[in-house]
Design a protein around this ligand. Structure first.
Ligand code: SER
Length: 295
């Protein structure tokens, strides 16, 4: 959609872009905690839309709550200030992590109780509120979605509660036993990366006159527990073995999150519709990982 270097990738030291990311366009050092650095990049490339993807995920944020706050909140206010001064639109994802134990877990409504108890969740609720604040007060075009656990065959996640749903595919394809940190029967929303990318682009291109909500829209495509995922993968790898070693930190977080979100507002206000269900994702994950590991 945006050829010829129209997208500038931001990175931090130690995470320099390589491979397809490096080849596909310009990249700049962009620490969200450095407002001057951000402003200079926006000026240099005349950037009109910022995708603010910098965050510590839920489990690592419990280990480093102050760093999570610094990246998520100080980073966000820097982005929003640059956007206000320079007229950029801003996408900062929220998450299933913005919900908490008192939230209705089944068909979680768009507008409902949000009292998360993890630092990740606290920063995600604050992100939604601050993004809406900048829209109402300054007219900054902020929009976003509440991502489910994202599953990709390109980059491994780190420090999230939903990471198991990515790692299990790697274990299966490599012929290794999988040790699952999340208990059987724990349902969470998940999404394949191509659908997540589509959502991120579609929401920013949506007709603003149709938007009743802004920050953030529930979006959903599939919900499963470790057993369902394990049995789906065993259709391809019947000898694949999994055992449980539940991590109490991640389990408590997972228990507080929705089993399944209702995404009818996203469907009504900007025609959200996912492409991948569990069957399609599993087939593609296995095919891509086999290729990646020459298997
Ligand atoms: N994937 C994230 C996590 O597990 C949820 O947004 O922390």
């Amino acid at each position: 959609m945006y050829p010829d270097g129209n997208i500038v990738a931001g990175y931090i030291p130690g995470a320099e872009p390589k491979g397809i990311l490096l080849e596909s366009g310009p990249a700049e050092l962009a620490d969200v905690r450095n407002a001057q650095q951000l402003a200079a990049i926006v000026d240099k490339y005349r950037i009109d839309t910022i995708y603010n993807l910098a965050a510590l995920l839920s489990a690592v944020a419990e280990r480093k709550p102050l760093l999570a706050w610094d990246i998520q909140m100080n980073g966000l206010i820097n982005i929003l200030e640059v956007a206000r001064e320079k007229g950029c639109a801003v996408f900062t994802p929220s998450s299933i992590g913005s919900f908490g134990p008192e939230t209705p877990h089944m068909n979680t409504p768009q507008d409902t109780i949000q009292r998360p108890r993890s630092m990740y969740g606290v920063t995600k609720v604050a992100t939604e509120l601050l993004s809406d604040y900048y829209f109402h007060k300054y007219g900054v075009d902020t929009r976003s979605v509440r991502f489910p656990g994202l599953i990709s065959n390109v980059t491994l996640p780190g420090g999230g509660t939903t990471d198991y749903a990515v790692e299990i595919y790697y274990a299966a394809v490599k012929g290794e036993e999988f040790v699952c940190p999340i208990a059987a029967g724990t349902y969470m929303d998940m999404m394949y990366m191509p659908d997540a990318l589509k959502a991120a682009v579609d929401i920013m291109n949506a007709d603003p006159s149709r938007l009743i909500h802004r920050n953030s829209f529930n979006i959903a495509s599939m919900s499963f527990d470790p057993e369902i995922l394990y049995n789906k993968i065993r259709e391809t790898y019947p000898d694949f073995k999994m055992r449980y070693e539940v991590d109490p930190v991640r389990q408590a977080i997972a228990d507080s999150w929705p089993d399944k979100m209702d995404d009818s507002c996203a469907r009504a206000e900007w025609d959200w519709k996912p492409t991948y269900g569990l069957d399609e994702m599993t087939a593609d994950m296995i095919a891509c990982l086999k290729k990646k590991f020459n298997l």
